[in-house]
Design a protein around this ligand. Structure first.
Ligand code: ADQ
Length: 462
């Protein structure tokens, strides 16, 4: 097996896995891959410093070598808070209304990609596979090629690829896509995102595209675009479920909800996750079925993320307001319908909370995949499983919808749709819950993060 060089915006060492959710689903996935193959994980340290030499901090932890560098404050503002999180993230999640187009932050983005390339080149050995991750680093492959790297280089996009009509609102959109075409392999979470990318290549660049194989021929180069739906670390997650911490969390949840059904949502506090819309749906449910306020308690766990970006501050305020309104209108001395918790938990605790909740409510407005949906199902008791309510706009719906026989799919923009799904889930008979669980669990167990990594690396190596 060839050694792997993983490059992503942030690096998370093994011990941090499953701690706060701030780093998203990427951390666990890459640690497993690196442990198996050996190699290096390179990225930003998360620290700011004005060190112009850009010195690299090498560390070894549980078989994984990490290499990190600091970034100057201006780079963090323009590249990370700016172009990555105020331009690409909203645009790729179809939120033109929140997308900022600033030439200055675009330059910062390019500058930091160059910095990454300069710093990582000395760490790459001739036979290594190089695997670049996510929207922060789209131009990196091109920069590496310019510095003479001839290794196989792959790129995986963890978030959606937007439809061409939205994407062309990005100034210099063509430049960005041309840099992507310098990779050997480009991975997407779903066929839908991959389809949008291929559409752009053929329509805007007049590239020769083979939809079937994903081959793109452009200016003498040949690139492959394929779908690799990311999965959870199944074995690690099940092991978490056997820990005392998980059992305690399970018990705490059951004893605090007693004879009411617990419904749970776990998300980074991000506008793509559809949190205010979800609360509207729950409000609609209580409006339509006031007699059921005593049957249901909704628990939303949402640790803050990207707090330096204004749209994230706004979403937090809105969510607190909406939660407060419903609790104000519907609470009794002994009943509070919504519990809103603004912090992260370990994966063991989340396992326990998921297991104690008979409904999982995962309703992003748009999501590359969504690992929480898979974790919720993975934590269920096969003899008495809960019901997953899932947004049709999450990448995970492509795998878990199973033609109406898996997750209960909803339109997250429609409060009525969410309300209907909650009613259906609350009253769903055991046999149907089991059948839906059985339909979903195979792909969640087998299409896990190890198979995801293997598939990507094997294809990259081919
Ligand atoms: P995220 O947007 O971060 O990831 P997601 O896939 O749901 O979304 O992964 C979140 C991870 O963080 C899960 O493992 C979850 O358990 C954890 N997490 C969330 N809230 C938590 C909390 N309160 N406490 C502790 N842990 C918490 C991005 C894309 C997704 C894509 C992943 C992986 O946006 O679409 O699925 O990358 O590719």
């Amino acid at each position: 097996m060839k050694r792997l060089v993983v490059i992503s915006n942030r690096v998370a060492v093994a011990k941090a896995r499953g701690a706060a959710g701030a780093q998203g689903g990427l951390a666990g996935a890459l640690n497993s891959a690196l442990k198996d193959r050996g190699g290096i994980w390179f990225g930003w340290s998360g620290q700011e410093s004005e060190d112009p030499a850009g010195s690299i901090n090498l560390q070894r932890h549980e078989g994984v070598t990490t290499a990190t560098m600091d970034l100057p404050a201006r780079d963090v503002e323009e590249y990370y808070n700016g172009y990555a999180n105020s331009t690409l993230w909203p645009l790729f999640h179809y939120r033109l209304d929140l997308t900022e187009y600033e030439r200055e932050t675009g330059r910062g983005y390019e500058r930091v990609n160059q910095r990454f390339a300069d710093a990582v080149v000395p760490l790459i050995e001739p036979d290594d596979l190089v695997w670049v991750h996510d929207y922060h680093l789209i131009p990196l492959g091109e920069r590496l090629r310019a510095l003479g790297v001839t290794n196989r280089i792959g790129f995986f996009l963890h978030i959606p690829w937007p439809p061409t009509r939205l994407f062309v609102s990005l100034p210099f959109h063509e430049r960005l896509v041309r840099t992507l075409l310098e990779y050997d392999l480009i991975g997407f979470q779903t066929d839908e995102w991959r389809g949008s990318f291929l559409h752009y290549c053929s329509k805007e660049l007049s590239a020769e595209v083979d939809e079937e194989t994903g081959t793109i021929n452009f200016e003498g180069r040949s690139v492959i675009a394929r779908t690799y739906p990311i999965g959870i670390d199944w074995e690690h997650f099940q092991a978490q479920g056997n820990m005392g911490e998980a059992r305690n969390a399970h018990q705490r949840l059951l004893s605090s909800t007693r004879d009411r059904t617990a419904m749970i949502g776990v998300d980074r506090l991000d506008y793509s996750k559809g949190l205010p819309e979800r609360i509207d749906g729950i409000g609609r449910f209580f409006d339509q079925h006031p007699e059921r306020v005593r049957d249901l308690v909704f628990i939303q766990i949402a640790p803050p993320s990207r707090e330096d970006v204004k749209s994230y501050q706004d979403i937090r305020m809105l969510l607190e307001q909406k939660t407060g309104q419903i609790n104000g209108a519907r609470s009794e001395v002994d009943v509070v319908p919504i519990r809103y918790v603004n912090r992260g938990y370990s994966h063991a605790e989340l396992f326990g909370f998921f297991r104690g909740s008979k409904i999982g409510l995962v309703t992003p407005l748009r999501d590359g995949m969504n690992l929480v949906a898979k974790e919720y199902v993975a934590a269920q008791d096969p003899k008495d499983p809960g019901v997953l309510i899932l947004s049709r706009f999450a990448g995970a719906a492509e795998q878990l919808g199973l033609d109406g026989k898996g997750a209960v799919l909803v339109n997250p923009y429609s409060p009525d749709d969410i309300s209907d799904a909650i009613l259906l889930a609350l009253d769903m008979p055991l046999e149907e819950r089991k059948a839906r669980y059985e339909a979903m669990i195979g792909t969640i167990r087998d299409d896990n993060v190890q198979t995801w990594t293997d598939r990507f690396c094997t294809d990259l190596d081919a």
